[in-house]
Design a protein around this ligand. Structure first.
Ligand SMILES: Nc1ncnc2c1ncn2[C@@H]1O[C@H](COP(=O)(O)OP(=O)(O)OP(=O)(O)O)[C@@H](O)[C@H]1O
Length: 494
């Protein structure tokens, strides 16, 4: 039976709520104060959800939520309040509360709220577990590919997985080339076998050969023992040669021989060794151009490029963006133990209108930073300060580019980096929590805006407005006067 924790300093209310939960099939634990609630949460990490009173004498509801955040306690919280102000409820929701209600709550409402909070928690737990379980067995479902151009990539991956022919994956930095290589490996006979990555551009030229093919003891100063190379490590599996265009020419000869003969010769060895390795290479420079200019051996180029897969940059497949953002939010929020449910439409619009020169990896990093920065239930534009800064510079650049003639030729990875989108439209809806200068709006401004919105939504029917905002009519009228809205309404009516 799922345990839930009910926290309320009013013993009668406590018993009532616990009884409702009990009847709905939960096992209620109770606490009469914030400190006691924290002690129970620390000891029992399997509590399904907590119903938390906001106003309590020792440590209040907000204090409990702050402590939970500090200590990484992720039990979903449902706020209950008797007379808390709208400000308090807003900040509780921004602090990650899953839901809130005003006492006394209808039993059905309480049960739905508990079930929803637990569903969300279960989803986050699954994501956490799934990530931990994954150890190299990637499949096409690990890749977001909603754009038509990515459907082609996925079908090429499926074809490539059926054989062991060499694959060359081309695309700008961060587009997902390594992920594609892992999917090819994980979808074929070599799934679960070694997947060894070599970043050819990151190894000092004098060590490349030894890293790839290994060396024998005494082959050079410092070679104190036999050392297997990446080819041997990848035996029976896949060798992923990232930035293959960076390989020195002399190593290219040896790589060609290894691919042709299926044999390698470790540095300082007198005999060759047989290896069974599937090679997938990747490049963010156009390999054909390097071959034409003599920086890359043409024979090796044709050997590696038997099955080419071109991965388009993110800016050309914005259809993938919303799903990617949701996936990254779910992943990073779960890892950080934060309850972030999504992204505001204005913030998503900001991301859509950016060019993403660093592609999916840049997006992943931006969302990671935003999740860490955010203290609300939804990511907002302010959580992406670098993108805001770069996007405003872009507007000027775009204006200049719009005046210039547009090149008709398709762009490729060599030329595409400086490409600018000309269809920039500023976010249509202002961000709910930003003032016109882009600064965080005062809480009073947000409350005022919420009231104005509710009045418009309910056609000025004040009792409905009060009910929707979950405040009394007298509180609503007091706030109308406070914010000067009463005068505005009167003059509108006149
Ligand atoms: N379509 C996608 N769906 C989900 N995640 C993706 C997708 N494409 C890329 N990623 C994620 O983005 C990050 C960068 O991808 P990856 O390392 O495969 O790019 P890359 O092209 O190999 O980069 P580089 O050129 O710098 O080596 C990874 O965390 C990867 O899991």
């Amino acid at each position: 039976m799922t345990r839930i924790l009910v926290v309320d300093d009013d013993p009668v209310q406590l018993r009532l709520t616990a009884e409702v939960a009990n009847k709905a099939g939960f096992k209620p634990l109770t606490a009469t104060g914030g400190e006691q609630a924290l002690t129970i949460l620390r000891e029992d990490r399997n509590i399904g959800a907590m119903i938390l009173d906001l106003v309590m004498p020792d440590l209040d509801g907000m204090g409990v939520m702050d402590a939970m955040r500090r200590e990484g306690l992720t039990t979903p919280v449902i706020i209950q309040t008797g007379n808390a102000s709208l400000e308090t409820v807003i900040s509780a929701m921004r602090n990650g509360a899953a839901d809130y209600f005003v006492k006394p709550v209808a039993p059905e409402r309480l049960v739905i709220s508990l079930r929803n909070a637990m569903k969300l928690d279960a989803l986050e737990a699954t994501i956490r577990a799934e990530r931990a379980r994954k150890s190299g067995n990637f499949s096409a479902t690990d890749m977001i590919a909603e754009a038509p151009s990515m459907a082609r990539v996925i079908s090429l991956c499926a074809k490539a997985a059926k054989s062991t022919i060499p694959v060359l994956i081309e695309g700008e930095t961060g587009v997902g080339k390594e992920l594609i290589a892992r999917i090819i490996q994980g979808s074929g006979d070599r799934a679960g076998k070694p997947f060894v990555t070599v970043n050819c551009g990151a190894i000092p030229p004098n060590l490349v050969e030894s890293v790839l093919f290994g060396h024998k003891k005494g082959a050079f100063t410092g070679a104190i023992a036999d050392q297997p190379g990446k080819f041997s490590e990848a035996h029976n599996g896949t060798l992923f040669l990232d930035e293959v265009g960076e390989l020195p020419l002399e190593t290219q000869v040896k790589l060609l021989r290894a691919l042709q003969e299926g044999e390698i010769e470790p540095v300082g060895a007198t005999r060759t060794e047989r290896v069974n390795v599937r090679v997938i290479s990747a490049t963010n420079r156009r390999l054909l151009n390097l071959a034409k200019s003599g920086e890359f051996r043409e024979d090796l180029y044709y050997r590696l490029n038997v099955f080419p897969i071109y991965t388009p940059p993110l800016r050309e497949r914005m259809e993938d963006m919303p799903a990617m953002v949701s996936m990254f939010i779910a992943r990073f929020a779960a890892e950080a133990g934060k309850r972030i449910l999504g992204i505001s439409p204005a913030a998503l619009e900001l991301l859509r209108n950016y060019d993403w020169p660093g592609n999916v990896r840049q997006l992943e990093n931006a969302v990671y930073r935003a999740v860490i920065l955010s203290d609300g239930a939804f990511l907002e534009s302010v959580d992406f300060p670098q993108i805001i800064a770069q996007a405003s510079g872009r507007e000027l650049a775009i204006k200049a580019i719009e005046a210039a003639p547009v090149a008709a030729a398709p762009t490729h990875i060599d030329t595409a980096t400086a490409r600018q989108r000309v269809d920039f439209t500023p976010p249509a809806a202002p961000d709910r929590f930003l003032d016109p200068t882009g600064e965080i709006a005062a809480l009073a401004e947000i409350e005022r805006a919420a009231i104005v919105f509710a009045i418009a939504h309910h056609g000025g029917r004040m009792s409905r407005v009060a009910r929707a905002l979950k405040i009394g009519r007298s509180t609503l009228y007091r706030k109308l006067h406070e914010y000067g809205l009463a005068e505005e309404l009167l003059s509108d009516a006149a």
